[in-house]
Design a protein around this ligand. Structure first.
Ligand SMILES: Cc1cc2nc3c(=O)[nH]c(=O)nc-3n(C[C@H](O)[C@H](O)[C@H](O)COP(=O)(O)O)c2cc1C
Length: 184
């Protein structure tokens, strides 16, 4: 089961990226999580550039989305909104539809950020992604320096929460695959 993970933060010491790296480490058997690392390199979305062929990095991003069985996102809140980088990436796949019916789970590195969580969910649902609400975990990493972050992520509470979210996600992805197989 192939999962593509996207961090909405480009910061080197990002708590969201650290959370996704922990998810990579804690993934259940049979689940492989790959971290997308080109978010900051995608061109700014312009419908005029969304023709044939689309820019190379956009084609690569679309291919990665096509190839994965599910999408895992951890994303900060900026000024009560979704950071521009991830919104830009999502805008590139509105028309090409790679997110349609894609099982998608959200992990949270901050106990705040409720407004952007809601906005991100609204964007994903509008794009017809299949949000998996039971596959979520919040790990309080906000404002933690890297060493403390690592300690929290290696602790039993965080590990259990992340594992439980990923197990729920694996079940939802498997169910989604079976549903697709049943109609084809
Ligand atoms: C420009 C900017 C705006 C922010 N606005 C908010 C906000 O509106 N609400 C909030 O809860 N946190 C806000 N924050 C805090 C970030 O969401 C928080 O630091 C987050 O953990 C950063 O994620 P990262 O560690 O993955 O980079 C803001 C941070 C920045 C840099």
């Amino acid at each position: 089961m192939k999962i593509l993970a996207i961090s909405g933060s480009l910061r080197a010491a990002s708590t969201n990226t650290a959370l996704l790296r922990a998810a990579q480490r804690l993934a259940p058997a049979g689940m492989a999580i790959t971290l997308y690392d080109k978010l900051g390199h995608l061109p700014i979305f312009n419908p005029d550039d969304d023709g044939e062929p689309a820019p190379a990095l956009v084609r690569d991003f679309r291919r990665r989305l096509q190839d994965c069985d599910g999408l895992l996102i951890a994303c900060p809140e900026y000024a009560h909104g979704v950071p521009g980088g991830i919104k830009n990436a999502l805008d590139w796949v509105v028309g090409s539809s790679e997110l349609v019916d894609k099982p998608t789970a959200l992990l949270h590195a901050s106990p705040r950020s409720e407004i952007s969580r809601g906005a991100l969910a609204e964007i994903l649902v509008t794009m017809s992604a299949r949000l998996v609400p039971e596959a979520t975990a919040t790990v309080p990493l906000l404002g933690r320096p890297p060493a403390e972050m690592d300690d929290i992520l290696a602790g039993p509470v965080a590990e259990a929460d992340i594992r439980a979210a990923l197990v729920a996600f694996a079940a939802a992805v498997a169910a989604s695959r079976e549903a697709v197989a049943a109609v084809s």
